[in-house]
Structure formats: C-alpha cells, structure tokens
Ligand binder design. Structure first.
Ligand SMILES: *Cc1c(COP(=O)(O)O)cnc(C)c1O
Length: 376
C-alpha cells in the first residue's frame, strides 16, 4: 500500500480504538428546531442558531434579494473588487451593536481569529491565552510567532503572575480569551482582565462567538472584540470590532482578510437582516439563557450562565452512548470529545435556542438527570 494511505489508515485505526474517530453525518436542518439525520427527525440541542434566525423569513428574503441584485459570489478579495456595498452597512451596524468605533468583517470566525493576532503581534511579543480558548484563537496565536503562554482557565491571578514574570522583556503583550466559553458555557473575568491589561499596557482580545449580550466586552473595556455571524446571527462570517486605527491596520495586515475572497452578498445581506430583527426585538436575546436555566433546574445541574450547558460524562465512549440514548428519545445532542475538550471530559454540549419548547426542555432535563448523570 502507498505509504500515505498506510499512514492515514494507521492514524484512523488509532482514533477508532480510542473512540475518537469522527465522521460527517449528513444532517438536514428542517427549521429552527428540528434536524433530519439517519432518516429520523430529531429536536436539536446541538445547533448554535441561538435565536432561530437561520430559517427566519426575513433573512431568507434579504439573501434572495441580494443574490438577484449582486450575484452569488463576491468575485475577489474585499481589497480588490469583492467589497460589495452591503459590507459597509454591515460593519457600521456591527460597530453600533458592539459599541466600538469600527468593525471589520472576515470570511468566518475562524479566519478572523487566525488573522488578527498575527496582524498585531510578532517575534519579540508576548501572547497570554486561556488554556481552553477555541482552536482558532490558538491558530492565530501560533501564527503570530510571538511567545505564547497558556494561563489556567479563567484564572486572572495566573495572568497577573505571567505578566509580572514576562511582560517587561516584551515589546507588546496580548491577552486572549473567550467571553463565553464554547464548550463550557462559563464566562471570562473580563473586568479583571481589562484592569490587568490597563495596568501593564497589554491588549485584551475577547472572542464573543457565544455571548448574546453584544455590548458586554466593550463595556468591560475590551479593545479587541471578536464575534461570528455564523451562530446567533444565523448567517456566516466573522468580525472584529475595535477602534478605527486598529480596524484600518487589520485591513492592511490580516492575511486571512487580504488573501481570501469576500463573503457572498447573500450572506452579508442576511446578517444585516438579522441585526434589524435583533434591534427591533431585543427581548429575543434573553430567551436562550432562560431556557438553559430551566434545563439546569430540571437536570439538577449548576445554574446555567449562558445558553451553553455542558453535561460532562468523562470517557469518550460513554459520551457517545449518552448521545445515542438521547437520539433514541428524539433528541440530537452531539458528543464532544478530545481534542475539542480536555482528555477525560468528553461531554454532551447542549445549546439552547429561543425557540425550544419548555415541555421538551423539562423532558430532556429529566432524562439527563435520571438516565445519564446517574450512570456517569
Ligand atoms: C464557532 C467559533 C469560532 C469560529 O467561528 P466560525 O464563524 O464558525 O468560523 C470562533 N471562536 C469560537 C469561540 C467559536 O465558538
């Protein structure tokens, strides 16, 4: 067998034996709640479409109108001819929502995170990053060539110690974390991190892909606020909100912006329509957390602090069985395994949407309490 194929087979076999092999499962999203998988209709607790906007008629209509007017693809990088007129409007709206001077939209949240740290830091600089930060934040940190040190999850004291030991030898320092952690649902100590950043002339970058309180980072004094249009906004793309000079620099230096084609106009138009809806109906933003809290009460778990609730099982195989059990009950709750989460903390990662019916949440909570946590 050719050595490349042999290499691939060996690697896959090792993953299989550790219950860590992943496969793509064709999944149709039927509406804001239900998916179709393996011929079955399942109520999903695994989508990040927190506000149920991906299927909203207003977003669909905006996307269709944009295709008719601007075509399907952007045709080039934003810096060449791909900066179609909808981008300017979206960026203004995002800056307003986040409470910053300006915004820059990237092709995805992953591309934003891979591009921003290298645009602002380099050799001789220091990056302190939460050990549980999203893969894309680690990618950006490593691509920057700065010295990268991990700090213990949400431990501002550890950040202070690392700054004390390492800040003075470095020209620039960047602290990187998530506002709401994607696999744990807990929140970073933003006020403490912002104070440390101020005191040591470090810059604070926060990825708020999962925070439904869009102004919380800039209100806490975060200078670099990252978000995604792919989750609560129901469309696709990523963004940075920051001061005008920072945004102008990033547009000049972020390779993942400069060397990648602009987003399809339909996606940008849908994101604008989502922001319209959110501004018109801000009460929507409170629902996912309220739903997550009613679940944690029903399941006997610590009270939810965001729309994300981890049901930590431990072993990867056990997390897969728990996911199968819920599937048999009509629910989709995908098992999350290492390396997405640390070894020994495989889990069901549940995300709650404004649209989840209360009766289903109560039933799911009871099943998790009596049949999953009891055995874990
Ligand atoms: C999903 C996610 C991203 C990536 O965003 P995409 O727009 O899906 O590429 C980045 N950071 C965090 C914390 C995420 O959860």
């Amino acid at each position: 067998m050719p050595s490349l194929d042999e290499f691939a087979r060996q690697k896959l076999l090792a993953l299989e034996q550790a219950h860590l092999r992943r496969t793509l499962v064709p999944t149709g999203r039927l509406n804001d709640l239900f998916v179709e998988r393996n011929g079955r209709r399942l109520l999903s607790f695994s989508c990040n479409d927190y506000l149920g906007l991906a299927h909203h008629p207003a977003l669909k209509a905006a996307a269709i109108a944009a295709i008719e007017r601007h075509g399907v693809g952007a045709g080039a990088s934003r810096l060449v001819t791909g900066d179609h007129p909808l981008y300017g409007e979206l960026e203004q709206r995002l800056a307003r929502l986040k409470g910053t001077q300006a915004a820059c939209v990237f092709g995805s949240g992953y591309l934003a995170n891979a591009g921003i740290a290298p645009a602002l830091t380099g050799r001789g600089d220091l990056i302190l990053i939460d050990e549980l930060a999203h893969s894309s934040l680690w990618t950006g940190a490593r691509l920057s060539r700065a010295e990268v040190l991990a700090f213990r999850h949400n431990d501002a004291g550890h950040v202070a110690d690392l700054l004390k030991d390492h800040r003075t030898h470095r020209e620039r320092a960047l602290i990187v974390t998530e506002g709401v952690f994607s696999m744990d649902g807990d929140r970073a100590p933003l006020a403490e991190l912002a104070a440390l950043a101020r005191d040591t002339d470090a810059w604070l970058m926060v990825d708020d892909a999962h925070d439904l309180d869009f102004a919380s980072a800039s209100n806490a004094g975060v200078q670099l606020c990252i978000g995604t249009l792919s989750k609560a906004i129901g469309a696709y793309g990523g963004y940075l909100c920051a001061s005008q000079p920072v945004i102008d620099l990033v547009r000049n230096r972020a390779r993942t912006l400069i060397y990648s084609t602009g987003l399809p106009p339909a996606v940008v138009a849908a994101a604008i329509a989502a922001l319209d809806l959110i501004e018109r109906e801000p009460e929507r933003l409170k629902l996912p957390l309220a739903k997550a809290r009613s679940f944690t009460r029903a399941a006997g778990l610590p009270e939810a602090t965001s729309a994300i609730v981890p049901v930590v099982i431990g072993a990867a195989a056990a997390a897969l069985s728990a996911s199968k059990l819920l599937e048999a009950e009509g629910y989709l709750a995908v098992a999350i395994r290492p390396p997405t989460v640390p070894e020994g903390t495989a889990r069901l990662r549940l995300s709650f949407s404004a649209a989840h019916p209360d009766a289903e949440i109560a039933r799911l909570g009871a099943i998790v309490r009596t049949r999953i946590l009891r055995n874990a």
